[in-house]
Design a protein around this ligand. Structure first.
Ligand code: ZN
Ligand code: ZN
Length: 142
């Protein structure tokens, strides 16, 4: 049963593991990511806006790669992405170390207490676009 909305094309598809995109978008995404890596190889520390301009990659995709831990921010991340729970700036991933440890239970607790709006606010804060240098994670290469 198609139960998951593709992060790229918004079609619903059958999610089998942790993938965020549908089988149609998957190769497109792999190719896009390969081009980002290429660019960052010849132009280390390129900013998100440079990647967007030169490759036509959407900001949304870049943020997703960061959250999926495939890209990493170099140096000061200027709040480009932030911990989804406490709002602390992050260089990659979805949660800071502290929140990661308690992550799931903390989020559930926050929701029980009606903290969902606070959670959403933090997420919106993290959506702010800033100029930030990026690099890709070597470990994700294989
Ligand atoms: Zn798709
Ligand atoms: Zn946190």
């Amino acid at each position: 049963m198609a139960n998951y909305e593709c992060a790229r094309c918004h079609r619903y598809f059958d999610k089998v593991a942790f993938e965020e995109v549908c089988p149609i978008c998957f190769p497109v995404e792999e190719e896009e990511f390969r081009r980002i890596k290429e660019l960052l190889t010849v132009q280390p520390g390129a900013t998100a806006s440079e990647i967007m301009q030169e490759l036509g990659v959407s900001l949304k995709s870049i943020k997703r790669y960061l959250k999926e831990d495939r890209l990493e921010i170099v140096g000061d991340n200027k709040g480009f992405i932030a911990c989804e729970l406490c709002g602390q700036p992050l260089n990659s991933g979805r949660f800071c170390n502290e929140c990661y440890k308690v992550g799931h239970s903390l989020r559930l607790k926050a929701m029980e207490k009606g903290g969902e709006s606070a959670y959403q606010e933090m997420k919106q804060e993290a959506q702010k676009y800033r100029k930030t240098s990026l690099s890709y994670k070597e470990s994700m290469d294989n």
